[in-house]
Design a protein. Sequence first.
Length: 164
Amino acid sequence: MGITVKIFKKDNQSLTEVIQKYTTQLSEKHTKLLADNTKNEFIKQVDETRIRTVKPSGLHIKDAIEVEKIEKGYGVGNINTLNKQAPWWAWINYGRAFSGREIPPGTDENPRIKGHFEPDQKGIFVKGKPRFAMNPKKPIPAHNYIEKGIAAILNIARINGLLK
């Protein structure tokens, strides 16, 4: 016959309850930290794969990447938010639009985006009276910043012993 020992704190909680409470909080903090680091890694990959200069104003992909609390932890990069705030995210990541198009439309093909490149804009396409018509001939290369970000964060987690 064995003896069972139960230790209680002053507030009448069992040690098991106290340990579970703290490990849950610790797990929550680590999960949030991992989510924040994943967001930072995605932003780093977006910046490192950039071909053109950062546009001076307006929304950027990295501004639309967010960390949010979800049912069993944290999510990074809500697709609905990305689609609303930076609908070009998939085209740049995968190298094609949702429509399957790989080459951007030229200015003559789509009057809605008719515009030009201003020399002082450092390669940023500007709407308005055309001086330099845009008629792209080659596809946007896939930057794969999501895949690169996930690979980097998983590697960091393995190195630190979080994943085996």
